[in-house]
Design a protein around this ligand. Structure first.
Ligand code: SAM
Length: 282
């Protein structure tokens, strides 16, 4: 199905309203390649028809199909590696130290915001397992959210094919934390049990989720405009604890979003502690 210049504009506005993803006038090919089958399945013969159907019939299923199709779910286990080293060697030890003086010394809350198909939160869970020997005595919960229903469904299953496993899974962790299932692998129940999956649009309020010691929000804001990025990272900072850490994607920088975002470099990865009064500038 071919998209006209005018349809690019209305579909881009629709997509921005549904999930905040910005499509400029050069993204006609993306609309054609990702939304043609959605439009056809909905019996639309043009993209304008699809637009009106979603806008005025308020068809939630169709809205979700568009979100699933237009968002990029690219992810892998231990993506970029260095954030997981910083988690292991700096962030978790720091948080354990600061928790020791509180009334909840063994309680840690983590949020993987925009978790895609689950590789990120499961990688985080495996790091916790690796470094806390008596993990069964701890209360560690990882909330993993994404706007895509399809991604959340797949993530909840915890099943990955050989190709997905080859992308980033360390062999020693594969044999420790997965069992073979059909042609692929399934994450062990004890890792699965650490993660709760939920659909969530990051453009909507999320203060009801409570506060977190660690937030991973990587490779999603790159699809948003600057105003939405600034708002998102400030709202994420608001739900971080005083010493809480924020991880972003390797190509993302928050320094322009205000003085609370002072970059720290640990294990070759940039981290932020937006609520900590004095943070080292590196
Ligand atoms: C490229 S993946 C990143 C996955 C993972 N964080 C990583 O770095 O490997 C981007 C994810 O953001 C999700 N996403 C896009 N817009 C979103 C929104 N408004 N709210 C929540 N998730 C969104 C997509 O569904 C997709 O799964």
């Amino acid at each position: 199905m071919q998209v006209t210049e005018e349809e690019i504009q209305i579909i881009a506005r629709l997509v921005k309203d549904l999930c905040g993803v910005v499509l400029d006038q050069t993204k006609g090919y993306l609309i054609e390649s990702r939304l043609s089958s959605v439009a056809e399945e909905a019996d639309c013969i043009t993209f304008s028809e699809l637009y009106y159907k979603v806008r005025y019939a308020n068809d939630k299923k169709l809205q979700n199909q568009i979100i699933d199709a237009i968002t990029t779910q690219e992810t892998l286990f231990f993506r970029d590696n260095s954030p997981f080293e910083a988690l292991q060697f700096k962030v978790i030890p720091d948080i354990i130290d600061t928790r020791a003086a509180t009334s909840f010394p063994k309680c840690i809350r983590v949020w993987s915001a925009a978790c895609s198909t689950g590789q990120e939160p499961y990688s985080i869970a495996m790091v916790f397992h690796e470094i806390i020997p008596d993990i069964h005595n701890w209360d560690i919960k990882i909330l993993a959210t994404d706007i895509s229903d399809a991604a959340i469904r797949q993530a909840s299953l915890g099943c990955y094919n050989a190709h997905e496993i080859q992308r980033g899974m360390k062999p020693e962790l594969l044999s420790k934390y997965f069992i073979k299932k059909n042609d692929g692998y399934k994450i062990l129940d004890e890792i699965r049990a650490m993660v709760a999956f939920q659909r969530l649009n990051l453009h909507e309020p999320f203060t009801h989720l409570g506060s977190f010691d660690i937030i991973f929000c990587r490779n999603v804001a790159i699809y948003f405009n600057d105003k939405d990025k600034r708002s998102l990272f400030n709202r994420l900072a608001d739900v971080l604890t005083t010493d809480g850490y924020l991880f972003v994607g390797s190509s993302e920088s928050l320094t322009e979003f205000g003085p609370r975002f002072i970059p720290q470099l640990h294990c070759h990865t940039v981290l932020y502690q937006p609520n900590k009064i004095s943070t080292a500038i590196v």
